[in-house]
Ligand binder design. Structure first.
Ligand code: ZN
Length: 271
């Protein structure tokens, strides 16, 4: 595995030398000059739906809406994993609502950078499925600016974890990558292993809100090694998307086990 990672790093470095990422818009791939904010072309900059609302303005959608088209191929979908099979979806249904956190921790306040849509989804998919890890730096800068605009103070960052086998397959956890870049930008630690995803979960796309809740039920755990580091702290929980909030709420319940003083949720994109 180590040898394979080394080979992959060499290939990525060579590709960066051949095709310097800063010369291309991170969303549409058009040529840009180095002065562009977030390495976005004028067209994408104008079409991305930036959010400037204050904290807690992020509402849970009551119904699923159609997935927007995307400029980037979804590798999971191409492999048949983008939408859960009918059988898998059926097996995920059947239990009642399971959120019973009675921890005394204030309700999680939420923030998004952009409204979920074609351009916004393309940015994340380019990072997740096309392996363009350099995009995480720009997304982290967008997050840093968004946090500054909202005036949100926090002590540390905890990214939503991936199941280890899936992370090894992809080679990285995109949320952790964004969290690490964000941590450097804002001068806060990022604890990528503070939460663990203990079991494989189905891709959320294509699942109903109830199915999403059941899909993540019992699949996250607090890493007890970090309980002391999180106690009494203001945690910024970070993920790429926020749709029904199932993943965020499941992570919130686990983080509460460490008795933080507050948990905020930052999504790059949300509906
Ligand atoms: Zn563009």
């Amino acid at each position: 595995m180590k040898a394979w990672r080394s080979v992959r790093r060499v290939v990525e470095t060579l590709l960066d030398l051949l095709y310097p990422p800063h010369l291309y818009c991170i969303c549409c791939g058009n040529l840009i000059d180095a002065t562009r904010t977030y390495h976005l072309c004028d067209h994408c900059m104008a079409h991305i739906r930036w959010d400037t609302a204050p904290l807690q303005q992020l509402e849970k959608p009551v119904a699923e809406t159609a997935e927007p088209q995307c400029m980037v191929q979804d590798a999971d979908a191409a492999n048949g994993g983008g939408y859960a099979s009918a059988e898998k979806r059926k097996s995920a249904v059947g239990a009642a609502d399971f959120f019973d956190a009675d921890s005394g921790i204030p309700e999680m306040q939420k923030l998004r950078c952009v409204q979920y849509g074609l351009y916004e989804r393309t940015l994340i998919f380019s990072l997740k499925y096309n392996g363009k890890k350099y995009i995480a730096r720009d997304l982290a800068q967008i997050m840093a600016d968004r946090l500054a605009l909202a005036g949100l103070a926090f002590d540390l960052i905890v990214p939503v974890p991936m199941f280890l086998a899936k992370q090894q397959q992809r080679g990285f956890n995109h949320a952790a990558l964004m969290g690490q870049h964000l941590g450097k930008l804002v001068g806060k630690p990022c604890y990528a292993k503070a939460l663990l995803r203990t079991e494989h979960t189905l891709p959320m796309r294509g699942l109903s809100p109830t199915e999403r809740k059941l899909n993540v039920k019992g699949k996250f755990a607090l890493n007890r090694k970090y309980a002391g580091a999180l106690k009494g702290k203001r945690i910024l929980l970070l993920d790429d998307f926020y749709t029904t909030g199932s993943t965020a709420e499941a992570c919130f319940a686990q983080l509460c086990e460490a008795s933080p003083s507050a948990v905020y949720f930052l999504a790059f994109a949300a509906k």
